[in-house]
Design a protein. Structure first.
Length: 273
């Protein structure tokens, strides 16, 4: 168990992380909606991802509260219903972030494999995909927190990690097909449009790889828990670091957009200059 000084340090780190996540993703939403050249249908999914990541930062304050309660920095004043509701929200938005990245990989696959059809996709298709991602995430989040009341704790962990594993398989499969299509496919007629789509695909691939790297420690820890059957409800340096990494997954996306998308960078700079 962490000492009081260590608890204060980790609590401070998580608070700073939550504030940074909310701030940067609000800026991201404003930039994407303000710049006309960025208002493409493909950007709808990025705006939705920014909204989800912003909510991850907001709900992350519950992790701060939970950590302080474990370390006896303050008393737990939440009832069972409030505690359950906040746990569902935290798991919902964390998983939604990864589900949306998987959704983006499928959208990029469609843009690469069927570029002509992709240009004529309606907004309704994106709306249905976004709503479906929330419904899937909500189903898994609620199920993973209901199961512990019936089965041992590790069963609930299996529910969450199963969805994470499915998302990773979809992501790897989609980008593998994109790589094969780019290497083996014929050159498109409209090279300018194809070049812009290709740059966006590379940018989102980088976002995806970084996201998976952030999730990897959690996946490894879950796998070890499943193998050893040893579960700890007390925070440690490793657990706090892994939780921080999962949250930081929602922090790095705006930074990557600023590095990789010139229009995003110029609009963001104009907001403060």
């Amino acid at each position: 168990m962490l000492s009081s000084h260590e608890c204060i340090a980790w609590t401070t780190v998580h608070i700073i992380g939550c504030v940074a996540i909310v701030t940067l993703n609000i800026i991201t939403i404003i930039v994407f909606t303000k710049n006309y050249s960025l208002r493409k249908r493909s950007i709808y999914l990025l705006v939705n991802l920014a909204v989800v990541d912003m909510l991850v930062g907001l709900v992350g304050t519950f992790t701060v509260y939970e950590l302080g309660t474990y370390c006896k920095l303050w008393e737990n004043s939440l009832g069972l219903l409030e505690d359950y509701f906040l746990r569902v929200l935290r798991l919902l938005y964390s998983i939604s972030s990864l589900v949306n990245i998987a959704l983006i990989s499928v959208e990029r696959l469609h843009a690469t494999a069927r570029p002509f059809r992709h240009r004529f996709l309606k907004r309704r298709s994106y709306l249905i995909a976004i709503v479906s991602s929330y419904l899937i995430s909500a189903l898994f989040s609620i199920t993973s927190l209901v199961i512990p009341r019936i089965y041992p704790f590790e069963k609930s962990h299996n529910v969450a990690t199963s969805l994470i594993s499915i998302c990773i398989v979809i992501i790897v499969f989609s980008y593998s097909l994109i790589f094969i299509k780019v290497k083996c496919g014929s050159q498109p007629r409209h090279r300018t449009a194809a070049g812009m789509e290709g740059r966006l695909t590379v940018t989102l691939l980088i976002v995806t790889v970084v996201s998976l790297m952030m999730w990897l420690p959690f996946i490894v820890q879950s796998f070890l828990w499943y193998i050893t059957k040893i579960f700890s409800t007390y925070p440690s340096h490793l657990t706090c670091f892994i939780i921080f990494l999962v949250g930081a997954n929602s922090l790095v996306n705006p930074l990557l957009y600023a590095i990789r998308i010139p229009e995003f960078r110029r609009t963001a700079k104009a907001m403060f200059c």
